[in-house]
Design a protein around this ligand. Structure first.
Ligand SMILES: [Zn+2]
Length: 280
């Protein structure tokens, strides 16, 4: 079932008697919706995308397999509230373009979670946000095999590791021993993002592939695979950050990658690289 919200709905209730309901997608493009109550007992795939936070009231006994949530603050909301019906989730996708607090330590574990997607792309993500706080989410997901993050920012205001002389933080005591594939789209030189990447490399013995994409990641915007088949030129100021990101990868990440891990660094084409440097 796909629901495009009526503007006047404040509370959306999915009642118990909808026993056949397995999939529910709710897209809220700016309504008054505040609360979603789910009682349909066999609902296993749920998606909500909205412009503001909603309160989720999920009946005891629900067991989601796939759960997608996207609104500002969605990561901290799920991690702090941790609805018990997420305990069995296998694929979790969280989207948020603003997190005002670091990701909290989770009160419980996603014991069955295999695929995690965290989409934090924004014009500018709050620069106080510590990407390393996402380690708590990895800690709570012992079966996790695939992690895809999108941290693309048009204008990156996080503290950059380039030019920073302080040491990288080490977060010992965490093991992520099921994780095989990690992809980070919009990779930047944000110090806490580089620290998170190094942490994953150093604490994940199962890691097989690591992709760090310094471009916008989206196929239709990428240099060679877009619909017109030729580069549309990444903006000069974006390229300044791309060059820092590539420098950070070469300096801090590459030396830590063991031989069993395939590192794939995606960078813009030569034409993007060769345009004159514009410092904003
Ligand atoms: Zn290009």
């Amino acid at each position: 079932m796909q629901l495009k919200c009526c503007n006047k709905i404040i509370c959306l209730k999915i009642p118990f008697h909808l026993q056949q309901l397995r999939y529910l997608d709710v897209f809220d493009g700016g309504s008054l919706l505040r609360v979603i109550e789910v009682e349909a007992p066999n609902l296993s795939n749920f998606q909500f995308m909205g412009h503001r936070q909603v309160q989720l009231s999920l009946a005891v006994g629900l067991q989601f397999k796939k759960f997608d949530l996207s609104f500002p603050g969605a990561v901290s909301y799920v991690c702090s509230a941790f609805p018990p019906s997420l305990r069995y989730v296998e694929a979790l996708s969280l989207g948020s373009w603003r997190e005002m607090i670091d990701t909290p330590v989770l009160p419980s574990k996603f014991l069955h979670l295999k695929h995690l997607s965290v989409d934090l792309q924004a014009m500018t993500f709050p620069p106080t946000y510590d990407y390393c706080s996402l380690i708590s989410l990895l800690d709570a997901s012992p079966s996790l095999e695939t992690l895809v993050m999108n941290v693309l920012q048009k204008k990156m205001l996080h503290e950059s590791i380039v030019g920073d002389t302080s040491h990288l933080r080490q977060m010992p005591g965490h093991r992520h021993d099921s994780l095989k594939t990690v992809k980070i789209i919009g990779f930047s030189s944000a110090k806490s993002l580089v620290e998170l990447t190094c942490h994953i490399i150093e604490n994940t013995t199962s890691l097989e592939g690591l992709t760090l994409d310094t471009t916008r990641g989206h196929p239709s915007y990428s240099c060679l695979t877009n619909n017109i088949g030729k580069c549309m030129l990444l903006r000069g100021d974006f390229m300044v950050e791309v060059r820092k990101a590539l420098l950070a990868i070469r300096t801090y990440v590459e030396p830590k990658v063991p031989s069993r891990v395939k590192l794939n660094v995606v960078e813009p084409c030569r034409r993007c690289h060769d345009q004159p440097l514009i410092i904003c």
